[in-house]
Design a protein around this ligand. Structure first.
Ligand code: XMP
Length: 512
């Protein structure tokens, strides 16, 4: 039995990916395609139900993206959200106008009629809206289901077809009954079977990778981070040794990181993995450089050079695999993001075109925590799957100013102690990212009976969802005290430890 598929037509709402995720959380597989996809492309996917997303566009403007009107004749269960509501009404003969009162935020919905979509939802309920247009008159064949004080048609259903429209966003956490509404749509209206899990994802992804790659060869840049590690394991399951992983050890990784990846993926799991020791080369290029952006550029450039050189040695390669995630797809698609949000695998961004490689991106529908779940489904251990994010330029942006090799060693040791103490106190999993930063500042201390004049080390731990904003983690004092005492006593070259208590903004997570 093929698994049921919910196809989400994306009209550009910032929440589209959240809809996909909620549907998967409810145990039904979902995929996103552009809202303007042609009917043939939609039919080819064989969806069991369709969801139309929101959009920043106005349906009555000429440039607004419109679905192929043929989707309505397919007769599949359909849920239109926000813009999906308006554009459906417009295409079916209703009237849409600019709203007198745009609504942004939580509104109270009052149900006027009965709808299976609202089974188990109170007659009056609160839900989150974000719209400047509204439906003024419903198309023939439609019935009103709910209103708000500013919006006469806040939910509607078709009299005979399984079509449902809502003006609010059920996918956001500010809509407390959102999940119930989505669940009603999937199971009561579309009558889909649930039970989809990451194991199914593995099975499908393996089949798709095999179909795409055929008997070709795939190259993957392994960083040791969660995304590339999971992507590598998945590809290995699909095509075995025809996946070649290259780990460029630039000497800027955490303590034992390259070794751990080699042991876990290369030795234990038998991945075809090459670790390239390029430490000297990177250090040489970074010598005397203190500007953070220059450091990043040098590292990115060298990374590509080393990677390309290795790839050339390998002979026939037709594909480049990347652990691109859904948020990366969105990020790359929207211009204007600074270098600080560019992920490490974008380091090989220029390569596919130059080397005429086709891209394989098996994680591109997933969110970070889904990737972690996938990693667990593939049997990867927690210390790989639950790793904190780590910047592509690595410790180079955590040794502030000019980088000396001994500073990298100092930082590695201090960082390892901090992480060890976090794990011991069971705080590693409760903070989003934690690390140490070595400052180019010396202070006076006393070690034994002697005066010391050594560097300051800063500890940073942040709570965040996506790294875009963050607050410092309120770590217990006892934990900080233990980490600071151990670092100042055990790590040579450090005699003072401070804890960073700024949020982002106005600071950033990394110090450089
Ligand atoms: P910032 O410092 O901008 O960091 O608040 C946000 C998140 O991005 C990571 N980061 C990077 N990741 N290349 C990367 O791959 C980079 O140049 C880079 N700079 C910052 C940072 O660790 C945090 O998770």
């Amino acid at each position: 039995m093929p698994r049921p598929l919910v196809l989400i037509l994306d009209f550009g709402s910032q929440y589209t990916q959240l809809i996909a995720r909620r549907v998967r959380e409810l145990g039904v597989y979902s995929e996103i395609i552009p809202g303007t996809a042609k009917l043939a492309a939609i039919r080819a996917k064989k969806p069991d139900a369709i969801i139309l997303s929101g959009s920043p566009a106005s349906g009555y403007r000429a440039a607004a993206p419109q679905p192929d009107a043929g989707i309505y004749a397919m007769g599949k269960p359909m849920l239109g959200i926000c813009y999906g509501f308006q554009v459906t009404q417009q295409l079916m003969g209703g009237e849409v106008h600019k709203a007198k009162h745009a609504e942004y935020g939580v509104a109270t919905f009052v149900q006027d009629g009965k709808s299976p979509l609202f089974a188990g939802v109170p007659k009056r309920f609160r839900a989150w809206m974000s719209h400047g247009d509204e439906v003024k008159a419903l198309a023939p064949g439609w019935v009103k289901v709910a209103h708000t004080s500013n919006c006469a048609f806040a939910a509607a259903r078709h009299r005979t077809l399984p079509f449902h429209l809502i003006q609010f966003h059920p996918e956001v956490v500010h809509s407390p009954y959102g999940k119930q509404v989505l669940s009603n749509f999937l199971f009561k209206i579309a009558k889909l079977e649930g039970g989809w899990s990451m194991q199914h994802f593995v099975r499908d992804a393996v089949r798709e990778i095999r179909a795409q790659v055929g008997d070709g060869h795939v190259l993957l840049g392994l960083s040791g981070g969660v995304d590339s590690t999971v992507a590598a394991s998945l590809l290995h399951r699909a095509i075995g040794d025809r996946l070649v992983c290259v780990l460029v050890d630039h000497g800027l990784m955490r303590l034992n990181e390259a070794e751990e990846v080699r042991r876990e993926l290369g030795e234990k799991r038998g991945l075809n993995l090459r670790v390239v020791n390029a430490r000297e080369r990177f250090l040489k290029k970074l010598a005397g450089v203190s500007d953070p952006e220059k450091k990043r550029k040098i590292i990115g450039h060298e990374f590509i050079a080393v990677f390309e050189r290795e790839a050339k040695k390998l002979g026939k390669i037709e594909f480049l695999a990347q652990g691109t995630l859904y948020p990366d797809v969105i990020e790359s698609a929207s211009a204007g993001h600074g270098a600080q949000v560019i992920k490490s695998h974008h380091n090989v961004g220029g390569l596919p075109a130059r080397m005429k490689l086709a891209l394989v991106e098996p994680l591109k529908w997933l969110f970070k925590d889904e990737v972690r779940e996938l990693g667990r489904a593939l049997g990867l251990p927690s210390h790989l799957v639950d790793r904190h994010p780590f910047p592509g330029p690595g410790l180079a942006v955590r040794v502030l100013g000019v980088i000396e090799e001994h500073d990298l060693d100092t930082l590695r040791q201090a960082d390892a102690i901090f992480l060890e103490e976090l794990r011991r106190a069971k705080w590693y999993g409760r903070t989003w990212q934690a690390f140490a930063v070595l400052l180019p500042v010396r202070t006076v201390g006393v070690k034994g009976d002697e005066r010391s004049y050594e560097k300051v080390l800063a500890l940073r731990a942040v709570d965040s969802v996506d790294g875009m904003t963050a607050d410092w983690t309120r770590l217990p004092h006892a934990l900080l005290a233990r980490a600071a005492s151990r670092i100042a006593n055990e790590v040579r070259g450090v005699n003072r430890v401070v804890f960073d208590v700024t949020s982002k903004p106005p600071s950033t997570i990394e110090w450089e």
